[in-house]
Design a protein around this ligand. Structure first.
Ligand SMILES: Cc1cc2nc3c(=O)[nH]c(=O)nc-3n(C[C@H](O)[C@H](O)[C@H](O)COP(=O)(O)OP(=O)(O)OC[C@H]3O[C@@H](n4cnc5c(N)ncnc54)[C@H](O)[C@@H]3O)c2cc1C
Length: 339
């Protein structure tokens, strides 16, 4: 954990283990947290209540780069020094007001300008619903192309995140409309959705700069693959489809079985390592990230910053319930420190 030790708020670190099997109580907690993540009223309540905001911010600290851009850039610098690329997300989603969308788009452009002034090996990730998708998809396309255009000459990418399954068509349509205009746009696909194989084939015909493959963190629809063999199989077949097309893959998973499988494919010359970038979320499975780097793989860390970390915190706790106890410890410490 070369870089983790230098980051603040690791007093109660993120829990980690090798197992993904959950008991029925954990499944209940996961589902409740996944639903809470998408509850816009709950997010507003937390953001409008300074004490609750402060305590939950403490709980979310190991997962986020900070509240402001400079903190995220400092975190990016540390990670770059440790040999990892980064992607930075000014976190937020589901914006329904023009003023919020305008502010988010301006912040992403300022982030792009800051990156251009540095030699940081960093690109940008964003949610299209943060920059206008729910108001007017053409607005999101406009902002996405502007941000990507700002970075294009520097060789940096802008990667569109995958949102709740009810938004898949809207996100993919807006992304495909943008791919025709900018060449440095990447897209995220969720392996837990059985439709994703078809979506990927369609996306590849529009030549995305790269395809990030995730399992999927939102409350799944009926028919979605559960965590386990079937999902891992679907994940690996997406890796093959994308890599076979010559398109770079962001292998965005901490799952040791998928990582080992991909490493074995690379070792057996069945997968070109130049097409695979191992991508981890900040503060999670840092030992696996470090191992991948030490084995000479291209690695990338996803950093978020901003004040809208509520959904992000809920998802990180939902996908790994052992995180709840350390998160509670950080929250309790924030309460006692304040007295
Ligand atoms: C770079 C990146 C971008 C992402 N973007 C999106 C997106 O746009 N849309 C979307 O729906 N999802 C996104 N995700 C989240 C993703 O869908 C999964 O929910 C998340 O990565 C956990 O799944 P996993 O693949 O690591 O496998 P899992 O089976 O969930 O976990 C495998 C192992 O990884 C470790 N682990 C996983 N999560 C945690 C955690 N929170 N804390 C501690 N250990 C953990 C544990 O050891 C666990 O046993 C992204 C993930 C990454 C890495």
């Amino acid at each position: 954990m070369v870089w983790a030790a230098a980051l603040p708020f690791h007093l109660f670190p993120v829990a980690d283990d090798m197992s993904t099997a959950m008991n029925s109580e954990e499944i209940y907690v996961r589902t409740a947290l996944q639903r809470l993540a998408l509850d816009e009223g709950a997010k507003r309540y937390v953001m409008g209540n300074p004490n609750l905001y402060r305590v939950l911010l403490a709980a979310s600290r190991p997962f986020i780069g900070g509240e402001v851009r400079d903190e995220a850039l400092a975190c990016a610098r540390q990670l770059n020094r440790a040999g990892h690329k980064v992607t930075i997300d000014y976190v937020g989603e589901s914006s329904r007001e023009h003023s919020v969308v305008d502010e988010a788009a301006a912040e992403f452009l300022s982030l792009a300008d800051d990156l251009l002034k540095t030699d940081l090996y960093a690109n940008i990730s964003l949610d299209l619903s943060h920059i206008g998708l729910l108001i007017d998809p053409t607005l999101a396309v406009h902002h996405l192309c502007n941000i990507a255009g700002r970075l294009e000459d520097s060789g940096r990418e802008v990667i569109v995140s995958a949102e709740s399954f009810v938004r898949v068509d809207a996100v993919l349509n807006a992304t495909k409309a943008s791919l025709g205009k900018q060449r440095n746009i990447g897209v995220t696909v969720q392996a837990y959705l059985p439709r994703t194989g078809r979506d990927v084939q369609s996306l590849l015909s529009d030549s995305p700069a790269l395809v990030r493959i995730v399992k999927g963190s939102f409350d799944p629809p009926l028919g979605a693959y559960e965590r386990g063999e079937a999902l891992n199989g679907a994940y690996l077949s997406l890796v093959k489809i994308v890599a076979d097309s010559g398109t770079p893959v962001l292998l965005a998973t901490h799952d040791p079985r998928i990582i080992q499988e991909v490493q074995a494919e690379i070792a057996g010359d069945r997968l070109d390592p130049k097409l695979i970038r191992f991508e981890f979320l900040l503060g999670i499975a840092e030992d696996r990230l470090q191992t991948a780097r030490m084995q000479g793989r291209s690695t990338q860390v996803y950093i978020t910053y901003g004040k809208e970390w509520f959904l992000y915190l809920c998802n990180r706790l939902a996908e790994h319930p052992p995180n709840l106890i350390p998160a509670l410890g950080r929250a309790l410490k924030a309460i006692t420190d304040h007295q």
